[in-house]
Write a new protein. Sequence first.
Length: 146
Amino acid sequence: MKTKIVVIIFFFSYSLLFLIKAQSLASNNTKLDARLNKEKVFADSQRKIFNITSWAGANITELINKWGNFTKKNETPNGYTVYIYETRYSGNGGKYEPGYVVSDQFGNILHQEVSKDNRYSYDFTDFYDFYVDKNNVIVKVNIGTR
């Protein structure tokens, strides 16, 4: 009788260790995927910034031929011309779920749900400012969001 109990305890502890190890591996894979995704998003944003700022030193006509017409054009007091490209993003999402109360004929509350509101909206503009000197050479690039 004693040998059966020992075998069952040994088997249970071994399978518990295997389960813990499997959970640990799954957790590490999830963490790895999250880290890789985070690094990919960062690398993509840095690549975009580099591609835009690398226009410094180029002629403005090359940029216009590649990107198309600019959104705005301003003159600065120190003699630079600023060509501005803007892209506006706006929208909304989420949903509203109304709450409710279920009661019996005596007014006793049987079930109650609160309303859920996770609606959102956004409105922003990405801009790229290209400062151009008198020789039509891009000397400075500003990137941002307003």
